[in-house]
Design a protein around this ligand. Structure first.
Ligand SMILES: NC(=O)c1ccc[n+]([C@@H]2O[C@H](COP(=O)([O-])OP(=O)(O)OC[C@H]3O[C@@H](n4cnc5c(N)ncnc54)[C@H](OP(=O)(O)O)[C@@H]3O)[C@@H](O)[C@H]2O)c1
Length: 340
C-alpha cells in the first residue's frame, strides 16, 4: 500500500486504515474476533504496509478489550511504526455519572485508561466518538488541546455529527486558539453519500481528512448478499456466519432499495475492471478528489483483508467512478430513498 498525508497534518498513513470494532465483540452471543485472530489480522495488515489502526475505548466486551489486544500486539512491534487512533464519548462505566460524554472529567479519565491499555504514552489521533449535547464544546476542545500540549495526543478527530456541529467546533478552535479537528470519521460509502454531503463539504473546504467507517456497508457492498424478494429490499439471503446472518443492525442500517441499486452498478464495474465488488466500492472512496479519503476496513479474516487491500491496485476511469456516484439516483434524478 502507498501512503497519503492525513489532510492538513504532516503525518503519513496507509491508503487504508484497519478498524478493530469487532475485536472481542460479542453479538447475539457470538464472539466475532478472538485475540489470536485479532493478532493475525494486525500482522497481516502490517505486513501489507498498513500503519493506520482505528479503535475506541468502548470496543470489545467488556469495554477496552480491543485496545487491550492492540496493546498486547504492539509489544511485539515498534510503536512508532504505527498511527493509532482511539475515541472517547460513549459510556465506559455505567455506574459512574461521569462515565460518558465529553466533559473534562470523563475525557481526562478515559485518556489514561486508553493509553494504559494500548501500552503507549501517546495516541496519534483522538476522536470524539459523537457530539455531546450536554457539555459546552469549549470545555471539550480546551481539554483536548491540553492533551495535545501534554504530548498525550498528536491530532484531534471527530466522528459522526451534523455539519453545523463540525463547523461550530472548527470556528471555536480558530477564535480561541484551540487545537482543531483535523480528521473526521463519518458513516460514508457508495450507497450513503447525500446523507453526509454537507458534512463532507465542510471537510473539503477546511482540508480535513475523511476516514469513512463501514465503507463496505457492513459487508453488503462486497456482493456476498443476494436479494431474496425483488419487492422487499430488506429481504436477503445471507451466507452462513456473515454479519447479515446474526447481527440485527445489518438489516436496519445496510439493506435498502438504494443499496441494491448501487451494488448492481458496482458489480457491473467490478466485471469490467477484473476486480471484486469490495475492491471497487473501496476504490470509489479512495478516489474522492475533494479531500484525503482513507476508508476504515473492518475485515474479520485475513482473506477478506487481502481482498480489501487489493483495492489499492484497482484503477477506475472517471466514467466508472461517476457511474457509481450516479447509481443512487432514479431515472428522474431523485435520490433513491433508503428504507424503501
Ligand atoms: N465512528 C463510529 O461510530 C464507527 C462505527 C462503526 C465502525 N467504525 C470503525 O470502522 C471500522 C469498519 O467498520 P465496519 O466493520 O462496519 O466496516 P465494513 O468494511 O463496512 O464491514 C466489515 C464487515 O464486512 C465483511 N467484509 C469485509 N470485507 C469483506 C470481504 N472482502 N469479503 C466478504 N466480507 C467482507 C465482514 O463481515 P462478516 O465477515 O461478518 O460478514 C466485516 O466484518 C470499525 O472496525 C471501526 O473501527 C466506527
Amino acid at each position: 500500500m502507498d501512503y497519503r498525508t492525513l489532510g492538513a497534518t504532516g503525518t503519513k498513513v496507509s491508503e487504508l486504515c484497519f478498524g478493530t470494532w469487532r475485536f472481542g465483540r460479542k453479538t447475539g452471543g457470538v464472539l466475532e474476533t478472538d485475540e489470536t485472530e485479532a493478532h493475525e489480522l494486525l500482522d497481516a495488515f502490517a505486513d501489507r504496509g498498513g500503519n493506520f489502526i482505528d479503535t475506541a475505548n468502548v470496543y470489545g466486551n467488556p469495554n477496552g478489550m480491543s485496545e487491550d489486544w492492540i496493546g498486547n500486539w504492539l509489544e511485539t512491534r515498534d510503536r512508532e511504526d504505527f498511527v493509532i487512533a482511539s475515541k472517547v464519548y460513549f459510556g465506559f462505566d455505567p455506574d459512574n455519572p461521569n462515565g460518558s460524554g465529553l466533559s473534562r472529567t470523563h475525557i481526562r479519565n478515559q485518556i489514561e485508561g486508553t493509553l494504559d491499555r494500548l501500552g503507549t504514552d501517546y495516541l496519534d489521533l483522538y476522536y470524539i466518538h459523537r457530539w455531546d449535547e450536554e457539555t459546552p464544546i469549549e470545555e471539550t476542545l480546551s481539554t483536548l488541546t491540553g492533551l495535545v500540549e501534554d504530548g498525550k495526543v498528536n491530532y484531534l478527530g471527530a466522528s459522526t455529527m451534523a455539519a453545523w456541529q463540525l463547523t461550530k467546533a472548527l470556528w471555536k478552535s480558530e477564535v480561541n486558539d484551540y487545537a482543531r479537528f483535523d480528521v473526521t470519521q463519518p458513516l460514508f460509502h457508495a450507497a450513503y453519500y447525500e446523507d453526509v454531503a454537507d458534512y463532507l463539504d465542510v471537510c473539503a473546504d477546511q482540508d480535513i481528512a475523511v476516514c469513512p467507517y463501514s465503507p463496505l456497508a457492513g459487508g453488503f457492498l462486497t456482493g456476498k448478499y443476494e436479494r431474496a424478494d425483488p419487492d422487499d429490499p430488506k429481504s436477503v439471503r445471507a451466507p452462513d456466519g456473515s454479519r447479515g446472518s446474526f447481527d440485527e443492525r445489518f438489516e436496519k442500517f445496510y439493506l435498502s432499495a438504494r443499496g441494491w441499486t448501487v451494488l448492481e452498478e458496482i458489480r457491473a464495474i467490478a466485471e469490467e475492471v477484473d476486480a471484486t465488488p469490495a475492491q471497487v466500492a473501496l476504490r470509489w472512496l479512495m478516489d474522492q478528489s475533494r479531500f484525503t479519503c482513507i476508508p476504515i476496513v473492518g475485515a474479520r479474516t485475513v482473506g477478506q483483508l487481502d481482498e480489501n487491500v487489493g483495492a489499492a491496485e484497482v484503477d477506475l476511469s472517471e466514467d466508472q467512478h461517476d457511474r457509481i456516484t450516479q447509481a443512487r439516483y432514479d431515472e428522474d434524478g431523485n435520490i433513491i430513498k433508503t428504507g424503501q
